[in-house]
Design a protein around this ligand. Structure first.
Ligand code: PHE
Length: 346
């Protein structure tokens, strides 16, 4: 068996040396390596060899195959391509043939909506800032009027990271809200200011169709003189109508957030069930879209801003939830499922 293989190899290599054209190349490749080629046929007998011999001969056969392939490749480069003999052979290039379709990816719906919102708010004079997802307890809670023992901590349970005491003395958390940027931004820019902060947030949630343990929010904040709830409502209505490009029913109801006073929630009618009630809106017909309110004086104080001179408002909306409404997606968990059948639809 080994002798047969070696003979085939020697014959093949000798013949390869003498190839002069593309046609000869094809013929010879077929003669040895084609489906009914001499080498291909010979190695079929390996399986009938004694069990001990099989791996030995198999290895030799593999080496011979590589030698033959190398021989063919070498002659292709050395003789045929340099001589330009590519006509009518496997090397020919037909520009009219269709190319293999390239699959091009695209942006995730979360990124798409975020980009759209950034455009809308930029047109209203807001600057766009990004904040850290790994945040100190201070910026995520304490500076926002939520001291360590405050019951409001229960509203947003999160993942606590054990800090390296040498590097950091404060408790580190995965941020529960983009509000972590409020006091950071005041420290950086002072008053007056107008900014939005899009980004990812995390909560220790039992997941269901409308809750996930990571999701996206977009927070906004204006600090200036003579700011009132009327300004807040005007900005909310302006951007909602721009995003949904249709007439929406909204309602403003009082809500509690420790860092605003008074605080509100803007609800909009559920587009999935048109207000009739479905699992996505917990059968209420309404969806909480935006938490908002006038800046609490304690928060302005934490940011080093005189609350007698300046006021402001802040709002936070769930961009993930907004996409669900826009595209009538009934289960939030699809958003980060990584299921390509889902993401391909956008
Ligand atoms: N951070 C709040 C939340 O995640 C939303 C909010 C932002 C409320 C700003 C009021 C003002 O629920």
């Amino acid at each position: 068996m080994q002798n047969i293989l070696n003979t085939i190899k020697n014959n093949a290599l000798r013949e390869i040396e003498n190839i002069k054209s593309g046609d000869e190349y094809i013929k010879l490749e077929k003669k040895y390596l084609g489906r009914n080629g001499e080498f291909t046929k010979a190695i079929k007998d390996i399986k009938s060899l004694a069990e001990k011999e099989r791996p030995i001969v198999g290895k030799i056969a593999n080496e011979i195959r590589i030698d033959l392939e190398n021989g063919f490749n070498k002659i292709k480069e050395a003789v045929l391509e340099t001589a330009g003999d590519i006509k009518g052979s496997v090397f020919s290039f037909d520009p009219t043939l269709q190319s293999k379709k390239q699959e091009i990816g695209h942006l995730h719906p979360t990124t798409l909506i975020q980009n759209e919102l950034m455009d809308i708010f930029a047109s209203m004079g807001f600057m766009i800032l990004e904040g850290p997802e790994l945040e100190s307890d201070y910026y995520n809670f304490e500076s926002l009027n939520v001291p360590k023992t405050h019951p409001a901590r229960d509203m947003q349970d999160t993942y606590y990271i054990k800090p390296d005491k040498k590097l950091c003395s404060s408790q580190i958390v995965l941020r529960t809200q983009t509000s972590n940027m409020q006091v950071r931004t005041m420290h950086e820019y002072g008053a007056p200011l107008r900014a939005i902060f899009p980004g990812k947030c995390f909560r220790n949630e039992a997941t269901d169709v409308c809750h996930d343990n990571s999701f996206h929010q977009l927070e906004g904040m204006i600090i200036d003189k003579n700011i009132s709830v009327a300004n807040l409502i005007a900005v909310m209505e302006e951007f909602l109508s721009k995003v949904f490009k249709r007439e929406l029913k909204t309602k403003l109801r009082p809500a509690y957030f420790p860092f605003v006073e008074p605080g509100f929630e803007v609800d909009m009618n559920c587009i999935i069930c048109d207000g009739a009630g479905c699992p996505s809106c917990k059968n209420s017909g309404w969806l909480e879209m935006i938490g908002c309110g006038l800046m609490h004086p304690n928060v302005l104080k934490a940011g080093g801003i005189d609350s007698e001179e300046y006021g402001g408002f802040a709002f936070g909306l769930g961009t993930t939830r907004m996409i669900m409404m826009l595209h009538e997606i009934a289960d939030i968990r699809l958003m980060q499922s990584g299921d390509i059948r889902f993401t391909k639809q956008f």
